[in-house]
Write a protein that binds this ligand. Structure first.
Ligand SMILES: Cc1cc2nc3c(=O)[nH]c(=O)nc-3n(C[C@H](O)[C@H](O)[C@H](O)COP(=O)(O)OP(=O)(O)OC[C@H]3O[C@@H](n4cnc5c(N)ncnc54)[C@H](O)[C@@H]3O)c2cc1C
Length: 375
């Protein structure tokens, strides 16, 4: 019997798993390695921070999804992979071998690397990844804010930083919120028109924006490159994500930033028994933004290609759309939408985002429970 191992329950694997219910793979044993009993849908996290969603609204529980799929679920993390010997090491030091492995573990916030650029980060920052940990810690900040007015600083001027800063300002009405955007201006990856919309949204929420680099954190301050210190109770680190460090010794071909190099069929360019999808990989044929939207879209082609390869057929190229709808929530049931060179904003944009996000959860969160983790 062949052994297919799925590493991580990211967006693409959620789809793959859903296809196994009632349609098991003949002659194939499937194992899922996933540390948490649920997948948190990141697109809804700003809404959770703002107080619009309970955490349970933003999750796809694995047990019901796996019921009747025949999948063996190991509730662990992968900490090592040797692609030459087809061996996976888990966090309890146990090992698995595979005939085919698919990797959808997402990116990480590499704490050691971040500590080097922002000393004090490991001890004082509130990291947004793992999202599961952030989901547990955020309610404690809300609780603390009930006893005193907090000074919250979001470090990182990309989409996640903007959404989180707006959500925090909405939720903690007595907090002083600052967004530190680094060397670049806020939303620098977007057009001038979108940047202007973002700046207006931040100003409406009375969020102070500092275009400067955070160079260190202490228990009650953010140190800035210009030499100033910003008093801060809660520094939220949203400076972007890195490749998992366990890939470095895997033997897999990686891109310059350490993400898995895959071809158009989502297959490793160095090891044909390895597929990858979502933010953990980079396509060599064309640049694709790391985003939840693309990770979701990789689900169907990944599932088709894993099935094809297990059946002895060739995988097929996946052609994701050149542009996708980008929706940034701005705290108060209000969002900015970006479609190519067009942008728009309003309550109706937030409503659209809410519908799309809830639709994803509903699509995969409907099946009955039954599977128990084996570890
Ligand atoms: C606050 C915030 C808001 C965002 N909003 C949006 C948005 O609105 N739209 C958008 O397109 N993108 C958004 N993003 C980006 C989005 O989160 C990522 O692009 C997306 O999560 C990538 O999906 P993925 O499936 O590759 O990985 P993930 O969603 O990170 O899933 C990876 C899974 O693998 C598991 N895992 C991790 N490490 C291991 C391991 N070692 N072993 C086993 N399992 C492991 C994790 O627990 C998780 O279940 C947002 C990000 C953040 C932080």
């Amino acid at each position: 019997m062949k052994h297919l191992v799925l590493l991580g329950a990211g967006h693409a694997h959620i789809h793959m798993l859903s296809t196994l219910v009632g349609q098991p793979l003949a002659g194939v044993r499937v194992t899922l390695v996933a540390p948490y009993p649920r997948q948190l849908y990141s697109g809804m996290i700003p809404g959770f921070v703002a107080g619009y969603y309970a955490l349970e609204d933003c999750v796809i529980a694995l047990e019901p999804l796996l019921a009747g799929s025949g999948v063996t679920w190991l509730r662990q993390c992968v900490v090592g992979l040797d692609a030459n010997t087809r061996t996976i090491t888990l966090n309890d030091a146990s090992r698995l071998t595979y005939d085919l492995v698919s990797i959808n573990t997402g990116p990480v916030q590499d704490r050691q690397k971040l500590e080097q650029s922002i000393p004090g980060a490991q001890q004082h920052a509130l990291f947004i990844r793992p999202i599961e940990s952030f989901g547990v810690l955020w309610p404690r900040v809300v609780e603390l804010a009930q006893s005193r007015a907090l000074r919250v600083t979001v470090i990182g001027g990309g989409a996640a930083g903007v959404e989180l800063a707006c959500a925090v300002a909405h939720r903690l009405s007595n907090a002083r919120v600052t967004l530190i955007s680094g060397a670049a201006s806020v939303g620098a990856n977007y057009s001038q028109a979108v940047q202007a919309r973002i700046q207006r949204a931040l100003a409406r929420r009375q969020i102070t924006v500092l275009q400067d680099r955070a160079t260190g954190l202490t228990a009650d301050a953010v140190l800035l490159a210009n030499g100033a210190q910003l008093a801060c109770d809660v520094p939220i680190l949203a400076t972007g994500a890195q490749a998992p460090t366990w890939l470095q010794a895997s033997g897999l071909a990686l891109d310059a930033s350490g993400f898995i190099s895959v071809d158009a069929s989502l297959r490793s360019t160095s090891h044909p028994q390895v597929f990858a999808a979502g933010d953990v990989c980079s396509r060599v044929d064309r640049a694709i933004a790391r985003s939840g939207v693309y990770a979701v879209r990789a689900g169907v082609p990944l599932a088709n290609n894993l099935r094809a390869v297990l059946a002895g057929a060739a995988p097929v190229a996946h052609q994701p759309p050149k542009q996708t709808l980008n929706l940034l929530s701005c705290g108060k049931r209000y969002a900015i939408g970006i479609w190519g060179c067009l942008s728009f904003e309003g309550q109706w944009v937030w409503w659209l985002k809410d519908r799309i996000d809830r639709g994803f959860i509903r699509r995969y969160a409907g099946q009955r429970s039954g599977v128990r983790p084996t570890a």
